[in-house]
Ligand binder design. Structure first.
Ligand SMILES: [Mn+2]
Length: 289
């Protein structure tokens, strides 16, 4: 397993300086930096190559995290919106190919954050699967994994637990179509977290880790880290394990994630750096046993 964090741990806005973040990831001991996938579309090929080479030199791999806007929802009943969404995803895959990034994660089987205006699940599910088949054909060719994130009921009506995720992947039926399980969402929806990881088995393509309130792994007491580590070892999981902590209020990140209090104990930047490095040591002690 390789360990990483979402870049937004250190930012209040979704935009950031990835060179600065890459240095912080490296300093904390990570192997993976998770970036915002849509940012790759704003980068020229030269900028993509520069970031790729910089991360390579640091020994950092890159995963890409995506929440598409409503205008690019591949489950939309509007064919023009679906087409725009499919093109958006395929354009990102080609940028990722240039970046050397092999994992596109997120709930891009619909838009995010979902507004729950149209919860006609059966119809939107079918439209989403048909759209995803076209995206997955490109991902197959490029050797990029589409790791679809199972979200809790407050963030999407479409895929809320591991069973639904498995069903969706099977309907898409492409080798690139895999699952992302996130302990924060699972804590709300699954009966048994380690058992859900076992059920996902070889379909598991990516893991997000965090406590039930999105603090760093090791800061709480509700997530069964020992059992999850055991399940991941049992299924032979060798992908990325990426932290997705959100502990600070303020800015667009906190607004989208709904963080309205400081969960860090008003930590300064130095303390935040120490928290995440300590969390990585904790996580490895549970997962690498
Ligand atoms: Mn997540």
């Amino acid at each position: 397993m390789k360990y990483g964090t979402l870049y937004a741990y250190w930012t209040h806005e979704w935009a950031c300086d990835y060179y600065e973040i890459a240095d912080k990831c490296k300093k904390a001991g990570f192997d993976v930096m998770e970036i915002g996938a849509s940012h790759t579309l704003d980068m020229s090929d030269a900028e993509i190559e520069k970031l790729r080479d910089y991360c390579k030199e640091l020994g950092l791999e890159i995963s890409c995290n995506l929440g598409p806007p409503k205008s690019k929802d591949i489950s939309s009943k509007d064919p023009a919106v679906r087409e725009a969404g499919i093109k958006f995803l395929i354009d990102i895959l080609h940028k990722m190919d240039k970046l050397g990034s092999k994992v596109l994660i997120g709930a891009y089987y619909n838009s995010w954050p979902s507004d729950f205006v149209d919860v006609d699940k059966e119809v939107r599910w079918k439209l989403s699967v048909e759209s995803m088949k076209r995206v997955a054909a490109v991902a197959d060719e490029l050797g990029i994994d589409l790791c679809l994130e199972v979200l809790n009921r407050f963030e999407t009506p479409l895929i809320n637990d591991c069973d639904e995720g498995i069903k969706y992947c099977r309907e898409v039926g492409h080798k690139s179509c895999k699952l992302l399980l996130d302990t924060f969402h699972m804590n709300i929806e699954e009966d048994d977290l380690p058992e859900a990881f076992r059920k996902a088995g070889s379909l598991l393509g990516h893991v997000h880790v965090g406590e039930c309130n999105r603090k760093l792994p090791g800061m709480g007491h509700n997530i069964p880290w020992d059992g999850i580590g055991e399940a991941l070892r049992d299924i032979g999981y060798d992908g990325y394990v990426v932290m997705e902590p959100f502990m600070k209020p303020g800015g667009a990140v906190a607004a989208d994630i709904k963080v309205y209090r400081d969960l860090s104990g008003n930590a300064d930047e130095e303390t935040m750096d120490k928290y995440i490095a300590d969390s990585l040591v904790f996580l490895k002690s549970k997962f690498e046993a």
